[in-house]
Each structure stands twice: as C-alpha cells, then as structure tokens.
Design a protein around this ligand. Structure first.
Ligand code: MSP
Length: 512
C-alpha cells in the first residue's frame, strides 16, 4: 500500500480558529480523504503552535498563564475541527513532552554536526510573524508586509544556523524535477519567487532567543530558548515518531505535502529543508502554498470585526455545505476575495439547485410511480457512463493536484449533464404514456447520483452517505468508492439494484 503524509500548519493559539485556518484544514482533510478512498495509507497531521513571544503576550493580556491559554485554545481548535468533521490522524501541540524531546534532539544534532554557532545580533523583529525582517523586506512605511505594524529593534547574543551554506543544494532540489530528492513547490509562480529569492543569497538565521522564556530550552545552553519557528517546523517529524519510533518515522517520512498559505512558504520551502539536509534527513516532497483570501476586499481581523468562524459557516450552510463552499469558491492557489453573498450564490446554484433539486425530483418520481423503489428495468448505464467519463477525465486529476475548484467544476458539469437529460426526457410526462421508459429514466438518474455521491465523499462525507442511502445503493459507500476508484467499474446492475428501497429525501439543501 502506498503512503501519503499530509500536514497543515500548526496554528498559533493566540487567536480563535477562523475561516482562514479552516480553509487550509478542510483542504488538507479533503486531500487526505481522497487519498484514503484511493487506497493509500494516509497520515494526516494538524495541531497548534504554542510557544513564543506572541503567545506569552496574549496570555498576559488575558490574565492567564501561557500554559492555561494554550490548553484552552488548543481545545478550541479541536472543537472546530470536530465540528467540521476533520479526519486528522494526529493533533500535535508543541507544549507536549514528545515535542521538546524531538526539538532538543534535532537542535543538539545540528550543533554536533557543526551547523550552529553563537553571534551577537541586532535586527528588526515582528512579533506577529515571530521573525526578524531585513529592512529591504518591509513595506514603504517600514512596516511588516503582513501585519502592517512597525517591527522593533532587538539586540541579542543568539545561536545561529548556517542557512547560507544550503543555497546551492536548495536550488538544485527545488529547480530540478529529476533530482532524487526533488522538492516540488506549488504553484509554479511561488516556486519561481522562492528560487529568485534564494538566488539573491541566503543569510544565516537566528535559532534561539534569550529574552523569551516561553519556549523549549536549548539543550546545550539553558539560558536560551529555541526560536519558535524552529520548534514549530520540527512538529512534522515529531508527530510520526522522530527520534524514537524509527519504524513509523520511516513509514511516513518524507512528507508528501506540507500545505499552507504563502505567508509562511519561506519557512517551509527554505529553512525547513535546509534544517533537514543539515541533519541528514530526507526533505519533503512537496510544499503547496495556496492563496490568501480577503473578505469583501479586506483582511480579516479582530479589529475590523469581520472574522468568520467555522461555526458561523456551518450554521448557515450545514457542515458539509461549509466544507464544500470554503474550498471551492475561489481557485485553489492564487489569492482571492470571498464574501457571504458569493458563498450563498454558489450554495444556491451548486447545492440547492443542481444537486438538491435533482435528488428530490428523482425520488419524488419514484415515490409517485414506483412505490418508492428502484424501478424494475433492464440495467441501462449509458447516462452513468457519460457521467463517469466527465469525472474520470477531469475530477480525478484535479483532486490529485489539489485543484479543488476544478474538481467542483467537474462535479457541476456532471450534474448539469444529468439535469439536461431530465429536461429532455421530461419524465413527468411519461407516467401516463410510457411507464417502461419512465422506469429506465429514474433508474439512470439514480445510478448517476450514486456516482456523484462517491465523488463528493471527500468533500461532503455525511451528505454523500445520506445520498447513497436515499438512492437505495447497496453496501457501504466507502467500500464501494474504494473499489470503484481502484477499477473504475460500475457494477453490472448499477449501484442501486432494481427493487431496492429508496428513502424520501426531504430538502437536503434548503435554498437560502
Ligand atoms: N504557527 C505558524 C505556522 C507554523 S507551521 C510549522 C502560523 N500560524 S497561523 O495561525 O498564523 O496560521 C497561518 C496559516 O493559516 C496560513 O499559512 C494559512 O494556512 C492559514 N490562513 C490564515 N488566514 C488565511 C487567509 N486569510 N487565507 C488563506 N489562508 C489563511 O503561521
């Protein structure tokens, strides 16, 4: 069995989970579910980033200890992911013992191998990003490009990592797709940005802090803590067993996809691979940075009061509706803008009209004319085969490349094909004129709907199961989906055999 290891960023616990975090996590969940359906042995990791100045400050402002804040907020992330039906295999917290053990081991190893040294340093630090900024990377007002706040000057004696010695090796691995340890950076434009930046030269990076005590102490100098980003990146190997569970580590490492937005691509595509190379650990296969979205043209922020929570999204569109809409409204990759209006419009078109109406029309016809059973008729899979053709050609490749909007487009095209067929069959006229033809029509719509349900499963796990049951399909949907994706064969009698009991649908997607 092939393996697939996918990660989300571990989120800072100074903020409650919002639609931005949900975007990445839902996308990763859909990728993980898709791979499981394609018979991969999947490890899907998410978690929370709990050390550093930002968290210590947030705790102070709230009158809590840092640990209290972390315990409380990491629960909030777990609750959000449980609400959104996120099927992670592990949730890591950087304050866990396994993390400090792994971090200490890795940092000591880098020191022993000669990649860490001590030096006096003075530079501008943005607490929001938890990083130093060279002046050239600040905006025209001298502010952090992401937080729009002025970084503060910090002078410390820190331990540094020899990032500068990895520029050539990184360029080789990133640029050459045939390199045996190729690091694929997606999308292409972002890869080119990273290559361009590496070519400008890499400076060594600070690896520790003296002034911040909310962190993991350096094993060789307890007066300093490990820089929060170094700590955070190591989570990806801690969770699968580094350094003690070699067997599990070898099974899943290297990561197949580190997923995130462009704000933190540099850390994942440059600093992290360099740390791994220094420690002689294989580098990740792919770093995928999706776009950053704004809400009605504005950055989401507490001060603007425009932050959308996962709960709000689920309350409006249902959990599965929220999952589908969040990741398909804008193309997955470039930046984009979202709004409640645009979400609702897509909900009404894709889910209430195209899918919801199709199901309720089909079931009503069967209820009225065939006693709520799959009609007895010779198995005719011509329509279903056409649906399969569209999906095979476009849906599967889109999913493999994480083009989630394209995958949804292909599903909608398949639904349009079925809906057009219904319009031309005009089955409501057939009840009095041609019952065998009506039986054939309803049978065809049901089989096609089953195929749609199988393809929607990664996006909408619960509703797909419901559609499967309503349409009288036999067997467990996941088992049938796995079999279908393995051999692309629709069963000879269809998924819903003639005579099978259907269920009244009710309104699956109430129009908003
Ligand atoms: N703790 C670090 C990550 C360490 S990973 C080793 C961090 N945390 S964060 O809480 O700020 O999360 C940033 C990530 O949240 C982004 O990279 C992205 O995955 C997601 N997003 C947050 N807001 C977003 C948008 N507005 N749009 C798209 N993604 C968003 O950085």
């Amino acid at each position: 069995m092939k393996k697939f290891y996918i990660t989300t960023p571990i989120y800072y616990v100074n903020d409650i989970p919002h639609i931005g975090h949900s975007y990445t996590t839902i996308a990763a969940d859909i990728a993980a579910r898709w791979k499981r359906l394609n018979n991969y042995d999947v490890f899907f990791l998410t978690g929370t980033d709990e050390h550093g100045a930002k968290i210590a400050q947030a705790a102070k402002e709230k009158g809590k200890t840092a640990q209290e804040l972390c315990d409380e907020m990491s629960e909030k992330f777990k609750e959000a992911w449980s609400l959104l039906n996120i099927s992670y295999d592990d949730f890591i917290r950087t304050t866990e013992a396994r993390q400090s053990k792994a971090v200490s081991q890795m940092v000591q190893d880098l020191l022993d191998k000669g990649f860490i040294y001590k030096k006096e340093y003075s530079a501008l630090y943005c607490v929001g990003c938890e990083r130093f900024y060279p002046e050239k990377d600040l905006d025209e007002n001298g502010c952090c490009p992401f937080h729009k706040t002025k970084p503060v000057l910090q002078s410390e004696e820190n331990y540094f990592f020899r990032l500068s010695s990895f520029a050539d090796k990184l360029l080789e691995r990133i640029s050459d797709p045939n390199h045996k340890e190729h690091i694929s950076i997606r999308p292409e434009e972002r890869k080119n940005e990273i290559i361009g930046k590496i070519k400008l030269g890499l400076e060594d990076v600070s690896f520790s802090r003296t002034a911040i005590d909310w962190g993991i102490p350096l094993p060789f100098d307890k007066s300093q803590t490990v820089y929060v980003w170094v700590d955070a990146l190591i989570n990806y190997i801690t969770a699968i067993g580094y350094p003690s569970n070699q067997e599990q580590f070898n099974k899943y490492w290297p990561a197949d996809i580190h997923l995130m937005a462009k704000d933190i691509l540099w850390f994942h595509s440059v600093i992290w691979p360099a740390m791994l190379m220094a420690a002689q650990i294989p580098t990740p296969k792919q770093v995928y940075s999706h776009g950053f979205f704004t809400l009605n043209g504005n950055k989401m922020s507490k001060s603007l009061g425009n932050v959308i929570s996962p709960a709000q999204l689920a309350a409006k569109y249902g959990v599965d509706g929220a999952r589908y809409l969040a990741v398909t409204l804008i193309p997955f990759g470039p930046d984009g803008d979202i709004s409640w209006d645009a979400l609702t419009k897509k909900y009404n078109i894709d889910l209430a009209n195209n899918l919801g109406n199709l199901i309720s029309r089909t079931i009503k016809l069967a209820e009225k004319n065939f006693d709520l059973k799959v009609p007895q008729t010779p198995a005719d899979l011509s329509l279903t085969n056409k649906v399969a053709e569209i999906l095979n050609e476009n849906f599967a490749p889109a999913m493999d490349n994480l083009y989630l909007h394209k995958a949804s487009e292909s599903l909608q095209n398949a639904l349009t094909l079925i809906n057009r067929r219904i319009e031309s069959d005009a089955p409501w006229k057939l009840a009095n004129t041609d019952l065998p033809k009506l039986a054939n029509c309803i049978y065809s719509y049901l089989q096609s709907l089953n195929l749609i349900a199988i393809h929607l499963l990664a996006f909408m796990p619960e509703l797909s199961k419901k559609i499967w049951l309503i349409t009288g399909a036999s067997g467990d949907i996941e088992t049938c989906a796995k079999k279908y994706f393995a051999d692309k064969q629709i069963p000879k009698e269809g998924f819903s055999p003639s005579g099978a009991q259907l269920q009244t649908a009710g309104i699956l997607f109430p129009r908003i």
